[in-house]
Design a protein. Structure first.
Length: 72
């Protein structure tokens, strides 16, 4: 069994939980890969904005237009 665990570098709690989950999977014979989506998959411009403390505004600007309202 192969499992991909996506985590985020928003604090050590997320990374530690991902590593613990991967270790538990591997002790049961599985293969787990932990990927920090922010470090490995997000464009560096957004990573810099997140670190600078302006994440809410940046994410709202970038992803706000993609949000869909629930159908009535």
């Amino acid at each position: 069994m192969r499992i991909l665990i996506l985590s985020a570098s928003y604090g050590s709690g997320h990374a530690e939980a991902a590593r613990s989950l991967a270790a538990a999977i591997e002790t049961r014979g599985g293969r787990a890969v932990v990927v920090d989506h922010f470090r490995e998959l997000v464009h560096p411009v957004f990573a810099h904005v997140r670190v600078s403390g302006r994440s809410a505004t940046a994410w709202a600007t970038a992803w706000g237009p993609t949000r869909r309202s629930p159908s009535a």
